[in-house]
Ligand binder design. Structure first.
Ligand SMILES: Nc1ncnc2c1ncn2[C@@H]1O[C@H](COP(=O)(O)O)[C@@H](OP(=O)(O)O)[C@H]1O
Ligand SMILES: [Mg+2]
Ligand SMILES: [Mg+2]
Ligand SMILES: [Mg+2]
Length: 317
């Protein structure tokens, strides 16, 4: 597992650097709109290209299931975006870029990587939080997870981003992006009688803010809420800066199912930090139904001590 970890950390670090460069000089032309009307940027593509190339060099036999693909970039009308990616990957040919992105077109199997090259693209565009999320899944369960969080201050130092990782059975760890000593992280100790710090998405379309608000109201003025984009929420909970992350299904999109790359890395990190991750009914996540969490609805992530209470409140009919 150590070899997987070393390569995964290096790949995420490298991608994070490029994402930071793109974000620092972001212009409107750097993004495209996908078929589902969600955005994708030069940085999402560059990040996926770099990470896939690195993983395939080291582990050619392991499939990568990435969020993005190069189909739109192969169309003439998007040549500008492709050229822009090339500016951030100066030694790469156009074909190398396209083919590396498409290395992420693998299929879920007994052992595979899942990659979200930028989770929270809308946050990235707003210059808020985003994460580079990579997980290794074995027999339907994440066994290694890495989150690169360039805009999440490490130990309160605003100029240093945060890297977090976990190996199943070995705990969760954090270090600054750019390198440093790894320290183990643990979730908070708060119980339902304490202050409860909630996390939810910034984007109203990705969750059910009104239902989440009603649940938080149960805790009166002991409830504090913070909104962050992306799997940064898992990282914040894992290091005890929050107690509960709610992601209840948006009632206007009843058929939406969560994607594996939006949760595999974060969920393992929280679990290895001592927390609990289930769907809104208290059911464990099942990562063995393809690219989506078909057997689960919504997510409830807690420090463990609050889990039963939250599930009860949600399901008391
Ligand atoms: N209706 C919906 N319900 C839940 N998640 C959704 C959604 N529509 C899009 N998403 C996902 O929400 C992710 C961002 O999560 P968050 O709201 O926590 O920042 C997106 O990841 P990407 O930004 O990688 O596309 C996308 O996959
Ligand atoms: Mg996306
Ligand atoms: Mg995502
Ligand atoms: Mg993404």
């Amino acid at each position: 597992m150590k070899t997987y970890l070393t390569i995964a950390l290096q790949a995420v670090e490298q991608a994070a650097k490029i994402c930071q460069q793109v974000q620092a000089q972001l212009v409107e032309e750097d993004s495209l709109t996908k078929k589902d009307r969600s955005p994708v940027t030069v940085a999402d593509f560059a990040s996926q290209a770099i990470i896939c190339k690195r993983l395939k060099e080291a582990f050619p036999e392991i499939d990568i299931v990435g969020e993005e693909d190069a189909q739109s970039l192969r169309q003439d009308e998007n040549r500008e975006v492709l050229n822009k990616i090339g500016q951030f990957l100066p030694d790469w040919s156009v074909d190398q870029i396209l083919d590396s992105i498409d290395l992420g077109n693998g299929e879920p199997g007994a052992l595979f990587w899942t990659l979200d090259p930028i989770d929270g693209t809308k946050g990235f565009l707003r210059k808020d939080q985003y994460a580079i999320a990579l997980a290794l899944l074995k027999d339907g369960q994440p066994v290694l997870g890495v989150l690169g969080c360039p805009n999440l201050p490490f130990n309160g130092q605003a100029d240093r981003g945060t890297l977090m990782y976990a190996i199943k059975g070995e705990g969760a760890f954090t270090l600054p992006l750019g390198g440093g000593e790894a320290k183990q992280v643990h979730v908070s100790d708060n119980d339902p009688e304490d202050v409860v710090r909630f996390l939810e998405s910034v984007e109203a379309g990705h969750a059910n803010h009104s239902l989440q608000g009603r649940l938080m109201a149960h805790f009166g003025d002991r409830a504090k809420a913070v909104r962050f984009d992306s799997q940064v929420k898992y990282a914040v909970l894992a290091r005890a800066d929050a107690d509960v992350y709610l992601r209840l299904p948006n009632s206007e999109k009843p058929d939406y199912r969560e994607k594996i790359w939006d949760h595999a890395a974060g969920a393992l990190i929280v679990q290895e930090a001592g927390g609990t991750v289930t769907d809104m009914f208290g059911k464990p996540l099942e990562f063995n139904h393809g690219k989506k969490l078909m057997a689960n609805r919504g997510l409830v992530v807690t420090n463990g001590k609050l889990h039963q209470k939250i599930i009860e409140l949600l399901n008391r009919g």
